[in-house]
Design a protein around this ligand. Structure first.
Ligand code: FE2
Ligand code: FE2
Length: 214
């Protein structure tokens, strides 16, 4: 797992999204880890948010962010971006398998745990590759205007009430500062009064499952 702190805004955003994905799969693994008293509804609802955000992240990368990197750096990154796109497909397939296993989780929890483990492996392989090999190229190739464009494109199909509480849940202090410092006051107010408390309820639902099965 990469722990390098981001020094450019594009990498900081990428690493914040990746951190949120790892956080969620770790929490799901903890929730599924023991016993038979898994609260199916809470697990499925929690995973639905993770899956939507992860699919969105890949789609934005494939169609906007890494597509522009390919335009900027050309043949030099062709093989790297081909690997990246293939890993996105491998992850999507692993996510579909976990989706299917969750449908049967009440009667086959072991299969869901195995599917989650496979999916975590696919996710970690990709995130580690992207962080080691692709993010540094983005830091080199993208301007601040590009980063602003990516964020605007992202927001078109990922509303702030969905994205921000997911991203900022348990985020380190410097990420909180980065993402909230230029936030319009009404958005910040909704984040604090509504969106984060709602997110916390979903997190507590999973934690209750861990307590019930430990
Ligand atoms: Fe990424
Ligand atoms: Fe990616």
């Amino acid at each position: 797992m990469t722990t390098t702190a981001a020094t450019d805004p594009g990498s900081r955003i990428q690493l914040a999204v990746h951190r949120a994905v790892r956080r969620d799969t770790d929490r799901l693994a903890a929730a599924l880890a023991g016993g038979d008293e898994i609260p199916v509804d809470a697990v499925q609802a929690y995973w639905a948010v993770t899956a939507a955000q992860l699919h969105h992240h890949h789609e934005l990368e494939d169609t906007v962010i890494w597509a522009l990197l390919g335009e900027r750096l050309g043949e030099r990154v062709a093989l790297l971006l081909a690997r990246n796109a293939e890993e996105h497909q491998v992850m999507a397939a692993a996510m579909d398998e976990f989706d299917a296993a969750l449908v049967e989780i009440a009667t086959s929890p072991a299969a869901a745990r195995q599917a989650l483990e496979r999916m975590q492996g696919a996710i970690e392989t990709h995130l580690a590759h992207e962080e080691a090999d692709v993010l540094p190229l983005g830091a080199e190739a993208f301007t601040m205007e590009d980063i602003a464009f990516f964020r605007a494109e992202d927001a078109k199909t990922n509303s702030p009430d969905a994205f921000l509480p997911w991203l900022l849940d348990a985020a380190p202090e410097d990420d909180l500062t980065f993402f909230t410092s230029a936030m319009p006051a009404p958005v910040r107010a909704r984040l604090d009064s509504d969106w984060m408390p709602r997110r916390q309820m979903a997190v507590e639902g999973l934690r209750r499952s861990v307590a019930a099965t430990s």
